[in-house]
Ligand binder design. Sequence first.
Ligand code: ASP
Length: 592
Amino acid sequence: MYRTHTCGELRIEDLNNTITLAGWVQTIRKFGSITFIDLRDRYGITQLLFNELLNSKLDETPIGREYVIQVKGKVIERTNKNPKLPTGDIEIEVTDFAIMNVADTPPFTIEDNTDGGDELRMKYRYLDLRRPVLRRNLELRYKVNRSVRNYLDTQGFWDIETPFLIKSTPEGARDFVVPSRMNEGQFYALPQSPQTFKQLLMISGYDRYYQVVKCFRDEDLRADRQPEFTQIDCEMSFVEQEDILRIFEGLFKHVFNDVKGVNIDYAFPRMTWDDAMWNYGNDKPDIRFEMKLNNLKARNKYSDNSPLANDRIDFKVFSEAESIIAISVPGSAEYTRKQIDELTEWVKRPQIGMSGLVYIKCNADGTYKSSIDKFLNEEQQKQVATFCNTNNGDLILILAGTEARTRKAMSELRLEMGNRLGLRNPDDYKPLWVIDFPLFEYIDEDNTWAAKHHPFTSPKPEHIGWMDDRAKYRDILANAYDIVLNGTEIGGGSIRIYQRDLQEKMFAALGLNKEEAQEKFGFLLGAFEYGAPPHGGIAFGFDRLCALLGGQETIRDFIAFPKNNAGRDVMLDAPSAIDEKQLNELKLKVAL
Ligand code: ASP
């Protein structure tokens, strides 16, 4: 028997028992004639004590960090207890030991705060995964997975696998492709999601489907994306948007409670896409804090009653701007010149791209002070403050410029101010639904319309008539929804189109002619002819959900073997060239 217990198991109740442990050597500390070793496995750490007798044996057979050893010994009470370790009350007085395997000195320390940089950790991922912090992340991932499955099981969902070697499913990214040896010159695409399969399963009558499934998207790896990632993918028949929101709100409440002990006993707020964009500047608002965007100048109702809406002041930056947006930062009127200058530099950084920042200090004594006192008298400053619902003691920050850029910049500035004021506590879970997305998105560069979600999303029934009128595309709303947690989109879905003619209209709107639609999606259009039920679904980003529940920003350390920012697995050194023979078999030539 290799071991009687794990390294995380023994407690004071086990005193005087004779036990056997096996694991990895975390640290070795010699004190004269005695030696302490911390022994580690997946379950924890136990301190071993090698007394004088065994110390000499240790001298003959030295042990190094990360050696795999087995020890026999007696559980004794520690004189120097360590309250931070679950096993901290005891140690093992070793009576015998054996080295099961030696180890080279690891290239970085196997500790939570390691000295290894990212690339090195990725190269030796199997060592990195020994670090307790990663072990905890993967444990959390497993628990979330289990919790999701348990809930979906109680709701009657079946886990049904769908293939990886398929034909393209459009989710807005490039496909990864796989050449087929048996079908010369032809390629499979790896699924960007199981979208069309889950819809086909509904047509087959399977009613409630889910899968915790890999998806593959060949996109430039912007911050914290992975070319292969995991989705919790779900679909249901005979449902309306309301049914989906209810079932999956239930899923989140269950998982938060099960995994984090967090009880959310209220209905998740719902916000229209339009409100999210105008009040928060993006479609994934962080509602842990207020500081909403105030549209002082805009082309719609959001700037009704604004004192600056009609260019009433003679300040070029404002009068020439398409959009003026303000936030009111609580309790920050006392910002110093230096702090304001620093914020101004912050908004001028290329990632934010603004040319300046205007402020109005709403002092505690009710007076005002602005960087544009010359153009905006105290009365006007007060009007702005009233429009922004500002309190005395707050600092109003104002950006002006073109609409999209100003809105994006202000949404970033809002989050930055939230960070600076400590308003974004990762343990505070504030989910919400964003609903009423537009069906289409206009692509400026090529004067076309793209699907905002994907081409299978249904327009709101009352807008179906507008599908025949291009001038109306901008106003068509979709039966689509996203779930957002603390400023991150963690899932999205839609009620689907299930009639052939509407689906054909949708493809046509997206610029696919009949033949192209038939060639790419004939299987789905055909299936719609054989009794397709009304259906809808949703998919969640499993990696990101885990990272959020783990209180961390990056998904990489919640994936056992992730890729780096260039899409490489530096441990395997993949992707890599393939040899001539393989290329010949596939009838491929590399044109490099
Ligand atoms: N397939 C969609 C996605 O990956 C989700 C859905 O509509 O169910 O975003």
